[in-house]
Design a binder for this molecule. Structure first.
Ligand code: ASP
Length: 341
C-alpha cells in the first residue's frame, strides 16, 4: 500500500516557536528541520514534506493576502499530496480556516488547520499532540482515497469543521469550540470519525480556487445605547458594500425609528445588511419576535447560525464573486460549504 503523502504548511504562531534554554526567549524554529526535532513524526504511516512562509507571522497579522498565499500553496501542490496540514497561530485560525473553506471550492482532500497554546519545545506543550493527530487525521484513507474532504480545525483531541469554529479560550488547551455543529472526529485510544457529519463534495467536479476577496465590509456589534451618529457615519461610508450586524438573541434589535430608518436607507443604497447573533450558539430567526420582524420586512439577509468568523469570510468571498445584488441574499442564505444549518 502506498503511504499517504502530507504537506505541512507553516504560517507562524506559537506552535513553531522553540525556547532558547540559555536565554529563555521564544524564537521561530526552522521548519525544514521539523522531522529531526520531532522524531515521533517518523513513526507515522505517511510521508511528510514541509513548506514555510518566508517570514512566519503571528496570526494577529493575518489578512486576505496571506489567505491567498495559503490557497496558492495548496493549489500548486494539490495533485501531488493526499492531504494538507496548516500550522497557524490560534488567535485568528478560525478566520483563516473559514476563509479557505470558501476559497477552495470542490475540495476533495483534507486541509487540517492546527496550532497550539504552548510552543513545540516546551516541556508541557500541546503542540506535539495537535500536530501528530492532525497529520493522522489528514492521512485517513479508505480505498486509497481521503476520508476527510473539507477544511477542518484540530485542537485538543477534537476535529471540527473549520467554518463552524470560534476561539473561546486564551489559556486552556481546549481553546476552540464548534457550538452549532458536532465534531467531525475525536482522538482517544482510537481516532473516531463521525462519518455522518463529514462534508460530501461532488467528486465529479474539480478544485476551483477563488482568490478574489472583497474587504469593503463592516462588522457592528449592537449594544444598548449605540450612538446614532456613530452608526450613521459607518453606514454612509461610500466604500461600504456590506455590513454584518451582530444582534441580540435570535436576531433582535432596537425598534427605535432612527435605527430602522437608517438600516432601510442603507439597504436602498445597495449595501447588503446581514443579521447574525452575538450569542455564541443558536441561530437568527427573523420574524420570531417583533424586534426582528422589521429587519425581515426591509430585506435584511439572515446569517442564520453562522459564526462571526464564517460570516465575515463568506461575505468577502461572495462580494468577490461579483454576483448580482438580487442573487446575493439567496446565495448568502444558502449553505455553501456546510457553514450553516
Ligand atoms: N498570538 C499567537 C498567534 O495567534 C498565539 C498562538 O499561536 O496561538 O499567532
Amino acid at each position: 500500500m502506498v503511504k499517504p503523502n502530507i504537506l505541512l504548511i507553516y504560517t507562524g504562531g506559537t506552535i513553531g516557536m522553540i525556547k532558547d534554554f540559555k536565554t529563555g526567549v521564544l524564537k521561530a524554529f526552522d521548519f525544514k528541520t521539523l522531522l529531526d526535532k520531532i522524531p515521533e513524526l517518523q513513526l507515522l504511516e505517511c510521508t511528510i514534506e514541509t513548506v514555510s512562509f518566508d517570514e512566519p507571522i503571528d496570526s494577529s497579522n493575518m489578512n486576505p493576502e496571506y489567505w491567498v498565499q495559503i490557497a496558492e500553496i495548496i493549489e500548486s501542490n494539490y495533485n501531488t499530496f493526499d492531504g494538507f496540514v496548516v500550522l497557524h497561530g490560534s488567535d485568528t485560525m478560525s478566520y483563516t480556516a473559514s476563509a479557505l473553506s470558501f476559497m477552495l471550492e470542490n475540495l476533495a482532500k483534507p486541509v487540517v488547520f492546527t496550532g497550539s497554546q504552548l510552543p513545540i519545545g516546551d516541556l508541557r506543550t500541546d503542540a506535539k499532540e495537535n500536530l501528530i493527530t492532525s497529520i493522522q487525521m489528514a492521512s485517513l484513507q479508505e480505498n486509497e482515497k481521503p476520508i476527510i474532504k473539507e477544511v477542518c480545525l484540530y485542537f485538543e483531541y477534537k476535529l471540527y469543521r473549520a467554518n463552524r469554529t470560534t476561539k473561546l479560550n486564551a489559556e486552556n488547551f481546549k481553546a476552540f469550540a464548534s457550538l452549532n455543529y458536532p465534531e467531525l472526529a475525536e482522538s482517544g485510544v482510537h481516532l473516531k470519525v463521525n462519518n455522518d457529519y463529514l462534508f460530501k463534495p461532488d467528486l465529479e467536479k474539480s478544485l476551483i480556487v477563488h482568490k478574489h476577496l472583497d474587504t469593503n465590509i463592516a462588522l457592528i456589534k449592537l449594544f444598548p445605547g449605540i450612538s446614532e451618529s456613530f452608526l450613521t457615519n459607518v453606514l454612509t461610508n461610500t466604500t461600504l458594500k456590506a455590513v454584518i450586524l451582530e444582534t441580540y438573541g435570535a436576531g433582535n434589535c432596537t425598534t427605535e425609528a432612527w435605527f430602522l430608518n437608517l438600516i432601510k436607507q442603507t439597504i436602498t443604497r445597495g449595501v447588503q445588511v446581514i443579521n447574525i447573533t452575538q450569542c455564541i450558539s443558536g441561530s437568527v430567526m427573523m420574524g420570531h419576535y417583533e424586534t426582528s420582524n422589521q429587519l425581515k420586512i426591509i430585506g435584511v439577509v439572515s446569517g442564520k447560525d453562522l459564526t462571526t468568523e464564517a460570516a465575515i469570510c463568506k461575505l468577502m468571498y461572495l462580494l468577490g464573486q461579483n454576483i448580482q445584488e438580487k442573487e446575493f441574499k439567496r446565495n448568502f442564505e444558502t449553505s455553501l460549504r456546510g457553514e450553516m444549518s
